[in-house]
Design a protein around this ligand. Structure first.
Ligand code: G3I
Length: 401
């Protein structure tokens, strides 16, 4: 067992036992009890998250030829200069959390509202950051006017016009674009695993190829990404999803579709991470993606702690372990070029609204706490960067700094 995998299984299982009381369950088998006891001992010894010389995360990443960044909303910039300063200090990449989604960008069929995303691009450029685009084709964040204005006859023209106008507006300025977001959904029961999204209903499965071809023709100087969630765990459901995604990527690439990278969202759930993260399965998946000639970005990483125990130090230690263990495995793969967290500070996280804690305590899923102080999660990320193998940034002319 590699040292890293040992730590993963030790830290994780011990943490799980601590909050589920699994060791006391009469039905728990002998080997499980033994594992839990061994791991509990290790946990008691306390894992270290030390760092020799604390630097901003972007610097730890850059030393290894990686990029680190986070999602942000435009309104935080104006109302929270302290947060904006932390963001500029820690991040090389910035991704608008909602400003480039249709609902914000398209008040009507005829209008484009670029002002919020333009403000974020200006902030990025003033602070030596690069901006990513998120996202051109998604089944969510669809404007209300779609219900009356869009149909299978005009959808292609509307989609192509949207991609040309939006990518044209930012041509040559963005690091990368999530062209198609979350195209796989096995519960829709299609043989190809595709999500039965509005775009698929209007245009058929070829909407994905259409979107990438239009994107490549509009801005040949940006990295085109297919972004997906639910790829991280060794469960029957997620194993099938990874297979369906690989099949889709193979098919698209065999037709010459200009996809450059896979975006792995990596919204981790602490309780699932400790039970279902399998380093070998993850390595094999990343190798399969890299073998297709694709780069890989971790695009929306966070660790949902709503099901963890209330006790703060224990909770923070588990979250930090999950960050470090996940990234350590992922960053072994040289095709991984960037890591973005979905937010930087617990002050602003979608999880507070979407997955709050039953005990009403604030959630703590991100590298900085709500007071903008670095947490153990920050150490976990920094350590994974500093132990990662180096990679070359010179892989493509797209990645100018
Ligand atoms: O803008 C309105 C505001 O006017 C209103 O006062 C407020 C209160 O209801 O809502 C605001 O809009 C919300 C918007 O976030 C901005 O905060 C929407 O209701 C809310 O649905 C929206 O949620 C976003 C969600 O995507 C849907 O677009 C989350 O912030 C964002 O974190 C989340 O991000 C997604 C990624 O794009 C794709 N992967 C999963 C990830 C998490 O769900």
């Amino acid at each position: 067992m590699r040292r890293r995998d040992f730590l993963i299984s030790a830290g994780a299982t011990a943490g799980l036992a601590a909050w589920t009381g699994i060791a006391q369950r009469p039905e728990a088998g002998g080997s499980l009890k033994a594992t839990v006891q061994t791991n509990a001992t290790l946990l008691a010894a306390r894992r270290q998250f030390d760092l020799a010389d604390p630097l901003p995360l972007r610097h730890y990443a850059e030393r290894k030829g990686l990029r680190y960044g986070a999602a942000i909303q435009r309104n935080y910039l104006s109302r929270d200069p302290e947060f904006a300063a932390c963001f500029a200090r820690e991040c090389h990449l910035l991704v608008p959390e909602g400003e480039l989604k249709w609902r914000t960008l398209r008040p009507s069929l005829k209008q484009f509202n670029f002002a919020p995303a333009d403000a974020l691009l200006q902030f990025a450029q003033q602070n030596q950051m690069q901006m990513r685009g998120h996202t051109l084709v998604w089944h969510q964040s669809i404007p209300k006017w779609f219900a009356t204005e869009v149909n299978s006859r005009n959808a292609e023209g509307i989609l192509v016009n949207h991609i040309q106008t939006v990518m044209g507006h930012y041509a040559g300025k963005l690091h990368s674009w999530d062209v198609v977001n979350e195209p796989i959904h096995l519960k829709d029961n299609r043989a190809d695993g595709l999500r039965n999204s509005p775009w698929l209903q209007w245009l058929g499965p070829d909407y994905i190829e259409l979107a990438f071809r239009t994107a490549a023709a509009t801005d040949p100087n940006t990295l085109l990404v297919l972004n997906e969630f639910g790829l991280d765990y060794d469960t029957w459901q997620w194993n099938r999803k990874r297979e369906a995604l690989l099949t889709l990527l193979q098919k698209l690439l065999s037709r010459g579709t200009p996809i450059h990278a896979l975006g792995i969202q990596a919204h981790l759930w602490a309780r699932d991470s400790v039970r279902f993260f399998n380093p070998d399965k993850m390595r094999a998946f990343l190798q399969s993606v890299a073998a297709l000639g694709l780069k890989i970005l971790i695009t929306e990483l966070d660790v949902a702690d709503h099901q963890l125990p209330a006790q703060l130090e224990e909770r923070d230690r588990l979250v930090a372990s999950i960050y470090e263990d996940y990234l350590s495995v992922v960053l072994e793969e040289p095709a991984v070029i960037a890591v973005l967290t979905w937010g930087l500070s617990d002050r602003y996280t979608w999880l507070a609204r979407y997955h709050p804690r039953a005990d009403q305590l604030p959630v703590r899923p991100l590298p900085l706490d709500a007071q903008l102080q670095r947490k153990l999660a920050w150490n976990g990320i920094a350590r994974s960067f500093s132990f990662a193998p180096s990679r070359s940034l010179a892989f493509t002319p797209l990645m100018k700094s």
